[in-house]
Write a protein that binds this ligand. Structure first.
Ligand code: UGA
Length: 427
């Protein structure tokens, strides 16, 4: 099928590359010329395992990048909208980027003679596709949705770091539409995928995306809540999680207790839905609790360090890990950031290290912190170390350069070590 994808950001580029890999002809549209040139040269503007290989294989053949949105939409049968939906200062989802795109797509649809399907892939609050995107498309095209063109909401479930694998082997594809022709068109795109396809309406599809992310974050906050109780009772939370997940109704995934969740998706989506619910007059108590537990974990971590040393004032504290999870350089809403903030409030001398995220951290973190070139440099003469990201390499580090090897482990990496003074965050 002939497909256009608007936005060569994270979701757009993975979607475009993945669909090309599956045999479709894909035009990916972006306003940034440098990005477009890179993609056409088979190079990836962002790092994601396996992405560059797919770009090299498909660029110039089944995959082309362009800045010409209008021609791309006219030349294709389906357009995926993959623009960002950032949060505004209130935590609400900023719909301005998707509204602008819908307006342009609508204007192009006006000139189109044949049926076209517009697929919203960006994460948007429930009812946005029907109440915001569709009316803008209709108004600007002068055409009727469901008759002259189709509108579908199909959320993405890609994890950073393994997004290509997730795209090519999804657990399910959700298709939220209102008419048969639109369902059929998008189902045809996913024909080569070995997974169930779930038909629903657009607002249910939108809610499935939010509910999925919130459920996963809830599992993490749940095990952290249990873990905080376990710690007081001298019980190993990881053993509890193991026993717990032997019940087939409870899957073992996302039950790793520790410093909690961060990243570009969970925090934004959770706050976005809470905001929407409150706007509608509903207080989502469980979800509020999920956020509160997550906000508490970095405080608990710093408190444990303070208890160990008596005071953190003037003490050298090494923070190992800045990325929100291992194997990425992304520090957006990383739980390491509040740990650093609280250590600074305690007047500790903070030295940080991360194998991949140092450059991003230097651009983002202001304050009295030192960026070490290596983990060993961060640990040298440190009074205490905090493990904030689950990088494998931290497991086998030499901690003997510290004044005393006191480690507060937020990611369950070091409990096997007999040569350190160990403190698990909630185990
Ligand atoms: C998440 C979802 O897992 C994807 O399904 C979804 O598509 C994506 O958001 C999105 O909305 O785009 P991602 O943000 O890449 O993916 O991160 P995850 O791998 O889910 O990890 C999220 C956070 O939870 C990380 O900070 C991680 O350290 C933490 N985590 C994860 C735990 O603390 N414990 C666990 O057991 C698992």
């Amino acid at each position: 099928m002939e497909i256009s994808v608007i936005g060569a950001g994270y979701v757009g580029l993975i979607t475009a590359a993945g669909l090309a890999e599956k045999g479709h002809n894909v035009l990916v549209i972006d306003i940034q010329k440098e990005k477009v040139d890179m993609i056409n040269a088979g190079k990836s503007p962002l790092y994601e395992e396996g992405l560059e290989e797919i770009l090299r294989k498909n660029s110039g053949k089944r995959l082309k990048a362009t800045t010409d949105g209008e021609k791309s939409i006219l030349d294709t049968d389906v357009t995926f909208i993959c623009v960002q939906t950032p949060a505004d200062f209130e935590g609400a989802v900023d719909l301005r980027p998707i509204k602008r795109v819908a307006e342009n797509v609508g204007k192009t649809l006006k000139k189109k003679k044949t049926y076209h399907v517009v697929v919203v892939k960006s994460t948007v609050p429930p009812s946005t596709t029907e109440k915001t995107v569709t009316p803008i498309l209709e108004e600007n095209s002068g055409k009727k949705a469901g008759r002259d063109f189709g509108v579908v909401m199909s959320p993405e479930f890609l994890r950073e770091g393994i997004a290509i694998k997730d795209f090519l082997n999804p657990d399910r594809v959700i298709i939220g539409a209102t008419e048969e022709k639109a369902y059929k068109t998008v189902e045809e795109i996913y024909r080569g995928f070995n997974c169930p396809i779930y038909r629903t309406d657009p607002r249910t599809a939108e809610m499935i995306k939010y509910a999925s992310n919130i459920f996963l974050a809830t599992k993490i906050s749940f095990i952290n809540d249990i873990g905080n109780i376990c710690k007081k009772l001298d019980i190993d939370t990881y053993k509890v999680a193991e026993g717990l997940s032997m019940d087939k109704r409870i899957s073992p995934h996302f039950l790793n207790a520790g410093l909690g969740w961060g990243g570009s998706c969970f925090p934004k989506d959770i706050r976005g839905l809470v905001h929407k619910a409150k706007e509608l007059g509903y207080e989502p108590k469980l979800v509020d609790g999920v956020i509160k537990i997550n906000e508490e974990q970095p405080k608990i971590m710093v408190r444990l360090g303070k208890k160990r040393l008596g005071t953190l004032e003037g003490k050298k504290a090494a923070v190992l890990g800045l990325a929100f999870k291992p194997n990425t350089d992304d520090i957006r809403d990383s739980q390491a950031l509040p740990v650093i903030e609280y250590l600074l409030k305690e007047d500790a001398c903070v030295v940080v290290y991360d194998p991949k995220a140092m450059e991003n951290a230097k651009k983002t973190i202001n304050g009295r912190i030192t960026f070490a070139k290596t983990a060993q440099e961060a640990l040298k003469d440190a009074d205490i170390a905090f493990i904030t990201t689950a990088w494998e390499e931290f497991r086998e580090l030499d901690y003997s350069g510290m004044k005393k090897p006191i480690i507060v482990d937020g990611r369950n990496l070091l409990r096997h070590r007999k040569d350190i003074i160990y403190e698990g965050l909630c185990w």
